[in-house]
Write a protein that binds this ligand. Sequence first.
Ligand SMILES: Nc1nc2c(c(=O)[nH]1)N[C@H]1C(S)=C(S)[C@@H](COP(=O)(O)O)O[C@H]1N2
Ligand SMILES: [Mo]
Length: 249
Amino acid sequence: MTLITRRNALVGGAGLMLAGCDQIIASPTTQSLLKIGEQATYGAGRIVTDRNALAREFTRAEMSPIFRANGTLNPGTAEYNAMVADNFANWQLRIDGLVAKPFTLGLAQIKAAPLRTQITRHDCVEGWSAIGEWTGVPLCLLLRRANVSSSARYVVFHCADFYSGTPYYESVDLIDAFHPQTILAHHMNGQPLTVNHGAPLRLRVERQLGYKQAKYVMRVEAVASLDGIHGGKGGFWEDHSGYQWFAGI
Ligand SMILES: Nc1nc2c(c(=O)[nH]1)N[C@H]1C(S)=C(S)[C@@H](COP(=O)(O)O)O[C@H]1N2
Ligand SMILES: [Mo]
């Protein structure tokens, strides 16, 4: 089933244009990390496919006229409202956990980092899809700068919004974290990300379903295990509604 529905069946030449991340993925260090990640990810019965294959990319003409917003539409906390009020001038992304060099970056610094733009289809489990254009910094560049430890297996995205006091969060393994289409996006359809779509920064992890696309990302944490993180299942909906942690499409 997975094989038939995979989006990468129609991938064209986009892969040829990837620069930095491909080099990172080709490096012996990353390769050894990825192998470890694969063992951690796949249980019995899963067909191991090419996790580094690209999601299909679309043309501008194929973009959806309307891309609905879903889940949290505004975190609405005092902290978040204050960040909106000064246009995220004091917002900071933190990269930490099992890394040699944790760091924080402001939005201007993130916007000045190398960009990747991709037009992809977002598939929500609630039964809608939309094709949109995302621009942001490849996550692998940030992880490389932080020098992820060899003991790390997953990357956790901590978000600014809460459901009844419980923070939204998500996580991916190192294969998706270093995937060339995995970006922290600050622009959508050519405009700065709006609050309802996750301003100022949201994850795009294009080989997975909508609920993995964490909005309002504040902190990226490398971890060895998901056990100690909130409910231990790797994401808010995984903890609370039994959604699959690996939501590959
Ligand atoms: N922080 C946060 N991220 C989130 C959600 C959320 O409620 N909070 N909802 C998820 C779900 S179920 C979907 S379908 C997408 C919706 O993204 P959009 O609002 O840009 O369409 O965000 C995902 N990321
Ligand atoms: Mo969703």
